[in-house]
Ligand binder design. Structure first.
Ligand code: IMP
Ligand code: MG
Length: 415
């Protein structure tokens, strides 16, 4: 039996999609356990780009996709992505939890309205209705997958929702149509996954967003509306903590953040633009340019600690090619005190002055030479690139076992 949780160690967009694909090649099942269509997970297989917002990206590797109770579901996306999987020749068995929440048109509208209300304090959400759907769930006024299968109950619940918000809600008939379409896939994902683990099967839990966007453990209020840390796999799916065999933390070789909020190592100016362009750092879901910065050890150490990460996959190392010097923030100076591990508290981080170490970069490399590196393995990386990875490993005190050096599956080395 093995249960692997994949979790993002930064602000999302670490490249979890590709890592999930790699880990799912010999997995039986892959589970999305939190978030919704705010996520954008991309996998490039033989030059073909596959984008997922709702289904776990690991399903492209053939593992059976499941969407668990802790998610907020955009059903149009689910059906579209099931079609995408079918078009790639994958025979899709799929299960969605009867208890997953449904994002309604109303929630997307509210997301936009609330963002406007916040004015200068807007979170910069993806406007996918994530926050309002989770808040209706917490109010016990939400619509769940199971409600779509029961007309009477759905009608009552929509009436309540209408009164709660004083706004028009989705048409009952339209939702019942969704219900008919989703019915064959509805099940108890928690029980199903526990059974798989009992049978000795391999399950991957594919996290979305990243640690610093966790609603309880991130830079609140500039966060998403779910728990994103590894522990959320247990609550979101319904498996006990002792069933998890390993936690894989995914980190990008530099930092990015999309949306508002504190970012101590943010890089402005030309260098920031250069990395943004090289890394194509524009949101998968919204197309927004991402903010770019150096690695931030105090925050990474925090992320590694609260998810008790077993090992790390580093992505996009290739993007740093051609930089003369690369900086790593090793600690902060906060009001004259040295801080090695930082709580992601906004007021604290606003006072943090990053202390950097500088290491030598390596030259630009052609696609062809990266391909050769992936064929020859770790030793074939430029010495400075190896030194960068090894430095990060020492600073973070966790093994970096996998390094991704290009978007396509195949462009990676193991260490
Ligand atoms: P929401 O999740 O749409 O409510 O957005 C809240 C914050 O999380 C915003 O800063 C978003 O940009 C950010 N966010 C949400 N999902 C993702 C993601 O998948 N990757 C990166 N940032 C995200
Ligand atoms: Mg993304």
């Amino acid at each position: 039996m093995s249960a692997t949780v994949i979790t993002g160690l930064q602000w999302g967009d670490e490249g979890k999609g590709k890592i999930s694909y790699l880990l799912c090649r010999n997995a039986d099942c892959v589970v999305r356990f939190q978030g919704g269509a705010n996520a954008g997970h991309t996998v490039v297989v033989s030059g073909k780009k596959l984008k997922f917002n709702m289904l776990p990206a690991g399903s492209a590797a053939g593992a059976m996709p499941c969407i668990a109770s802790g998610t907020v579901v955009d059903l149009d996306e689910v059906f579209e992505e099931l079609d995408l999987l079918k078009s790639t020749g994958i025979n899709v068995k799929f299960m969605i939890s009867r208890a997953a929440s449904i994002v309604l048109g109303l929630h997307k509208k509210l997301d936009a309205v609330i963002e406007e209300l916040r004015g200068g304090r807007a979170v910069g959400t993806t406007r996918r209705g994530i926050g309002p759907t989770y808040s209706d769930k917490a109010l016990r006024a939400g619509i769940r997958i199971e409600d779509l299968l029961d007309e009477k109950s759905l009608k009552d619940k929509l009436e309540i929702l209408k009164k709660v918000h004083g706004l028009e809600v989705e048409d009952l008939g339209r939702l019942m149509e969704y219900g008919e379409k989703i019915r064959p896939y509805v099940g108890d994902v928690g029980l199903f996954v526990n059974d798989l683990l009992d049978e000795g099967k391999k399950v991957v839990f594919e996290g979305a967003q990243g640690t610093l966007l966790d609603i309880d453990h991130g830079t609140y209020p500039y966060v998403t509306s779910s728990n994103t840390i590894a522990g959320a796999a247990c609550t979101g799916c319904g498996v006990g903590p002792t069933r998890i065999s390993e936690v894989v933390g995914v980190m990008k070789a530099y930092s990015t953040r999309v949306g508002a909020g504190v970012f101590p190592t943010e890089l402005g100016g030309e260098l920031g633009d250069k990395i943004r362009e090289a890394g194509q750092e524009f949101g998968t879901t919204t197309g927004r340019p991402r903010r770019v910065g150096w690695l931030d050890m105090p925050l990474l150490r925090y992320a590694v600690r609260i998810s008790d990460v077993t090992w790390i996959a580093m992505t996009k190392l290739d993007i740093l090619s051609g930089l003369e010097k690369i900086k790593i923030c090793v600690e902060y100076d906060v009001d004259g005190k040295t801080v090695k591990i930082a709580p992601p508290e906004v007021r604290f981080l606003e006072r943090a002055k990053p202390i950097y170490m500088e290491i030598n970069g390596w030259g630009k490399m052609s696609d062809e030479s990266w391909k050769k590196v992936s064929e020859r393995g770790w030793e074939a990386l430029p010495d400075e690139a190896k030194a960068y990875v090894e430095t990060v490993e020492k600073l973070i005190r966790k093994p970096i076992r996998l390094v991704s050096i290009g978007a396509d599956v195949g462009l990676e080395v193991t260490k």
